[in-house]
Design a protein around this ligand. Structure first.
Ligand code: LLP
Length: 419
């Protein structure tokens, strides 16, 4: 459920009609709803009410906007970060250092050091080599870094190949069959407080079966590690729960997910950690765009909009479906390919799809754009970096400004020797 609904024939974000924001801030623009973010954060937590002791770390990569992170910090969420930049953001947004988990396959020496400097709660190690590096840095400082070992369970998440992470050929974690040996070696290192294991098999999961299969294997691993004499107090179960992109999509609910987790993990006696991203942020945001013009095509009209693949990359790189709606629908429909102005055929949002009829200067929205939307935007074709707005009831604020090409140009330099 979200708070982007039609009132008097106009799509609103909470109590604000979208045309009001579009005329003040311009388009394209991302718009987030505070009430929706808070609702999703609450529903996810409630889903896990029977799962014992839990730790929730929002996957910052899904939406790193500072205002969004602040809302989640206020909901008691920590952060799952994958870079020094995300770590700094989580702290700047008010997340507590001890609630931050540092994931990511390529944490550099500098990033590991930053994590120690900031005294974050946990590092999720992706390899023995990373564990050795972190242990050496921590030991030299007379410290012990809290860590888990990320395991690759070789489970097919059944999602898009580009967002699957738990197959043995993927770069993530250490293979589950050799994990006990690696764990034993890392556990001996002076600079590490190795306290458990972590897993994440992919994103936008439509079905609980692969997750259940993966968690069963993690339970067996925990047993194996305990039999070998290790103290296991934390298991990080990652993120990945899917969200509806189409009205007819029906992914598992947080309550169904939580019930499965509670059932599988009931005897584990650990703190369970979660890294939800999309399920919190996805349907908490829309991207608003304006129609530039309609151009007749061979199979259907092209609706050329002022947003492009640089603003919302997901359709171009994952063939992702984002539901399109007119902000002031007439009730009429059209078959249209909605495309952006970028000089690539991949700059297409809908291919000959039935959508609300729109005309030049009309506003439209792409739904489910709150996760992996603005954060993946770029300035290809020297377009501005898309701004972000947060709505809260009757008020709204620009929470990320549009960055104009001139600002980006100002950071570029033609060397003297070319002048
Ligand atoms: N934890 C780890 C270690 C991850 O790699 C990810 C996502 C998450 C948590 C959060 O997963 P979520 O709950 O959001 O599914 N750009 C892609 C998605 C990439 C996801 C990468 N990892 C997209 O637009 O679909």
């Amino acid at each position: 459920m979200d708070y982007f609904q039609q009132k008097n024939g106009v799509v609103h974000a909470e109590n604000i009609p979208l045309p009001e924001i579009a005329s003040e801030v311009g388009t394209p623009v991302y718009i987030y709803s505070r009430a929706t973010l808070e609702r999703h954060a609450r529903v996810f937590r409630e889903g896990l009410k029977d799962a014992g002791k839990i730790h929730l770390a929002f996957a910052v990569k899904a939406n790193p906007n500072l205002a969004v992170l602040r809302i989640l910090a206020n909901q008691g969420y920590g952060a799952d970060v994958v870079s020094g930049g995300e770590l700094e953001r989580a702290l700047a947004a008010g997340m507590k250092a001890e609630d931050i988990v540092f994931s990511g396959v390529g944490k550099s020496r500098e990033e590991l050091t930053l994590g120690l400097d900031k005294a974050i709660g946990q590092f999720n190690l992706e390899s023995e080599e990373e564990g050795e590096m972190l242990a050496a840095i921590a030991a030299a400082r007379g410290e012990k870094a809290s860590a888990t070992l990320r395991v690759n369970p070789d489970v097919d998440a059944g999602t898009h190949a580009k967002i699957s992470t738990g197959k043995k050929e993927n770069k993530f974690g250490v293979a589950i069959d050799i994990a006990p040996d690696i764990y034993a070696r890392l556990a001996k290192l002076e600079g590490l407080d190795l306290r458990g294991v972590a897993v994440h098999i992919g994103s936008q999961l439509q079905n609980l079966d692969p997750l259940e299969h993966c968690y069963v294997r993690m339970g067996e691993l925990v047993g194996q590690l305990r039999d070998a004499g290790h103290q296991i107090s934390h298991v990080d179960l990652g993120g990945g729960l899917g969200v509806p992109y189409k009205p007819e999509d029906n992914p598992p609910s947080p309550a169904e997910y939580g019930a499965m987790v509670a059932r599988i993990t009931k005897d584990w006696d650990v703190t369970l950690m979660f890294e939800p991203g999309r399920v919190i942020a996805g349907n908490s945001g829309v991207m608003v765009t304006k129609v530039v013009r309609i151009k007749p095509g061979v199979n259907s009209d092209f609706v050329i909009i002022d947003a492009a693949m640089n603003d919302l990359m997901r359709p171009a790189i994952y063939d992702a479906w984002h539901h399109f709606e007119a902000v002031e629908p007439t009730g009429e429909k059209m078959i249209a390919s909605i495309v952006g102005p970028i000089c690539e055929s991949s700059d297409i949002f809908t291919k000959e799809r039935e959508v609300d009829r729109v005309a030049t200067d009309d506003l439209g929205i792409f739904r489910t754009a709150g996760a992996y939307g603005a954060t993946m935007a770029n300035t290809y074709n020297s377009r501005p970096l898309v701004p972000e707005v947060l709505v809260d009831g009757d008020q709204y604020a620009v929470v990320a400004e549009r960055i104009e090409p001139a600002t980006i140009m100002a950071a570029e330099h033609v060397p003297d020797w070319l002048k």
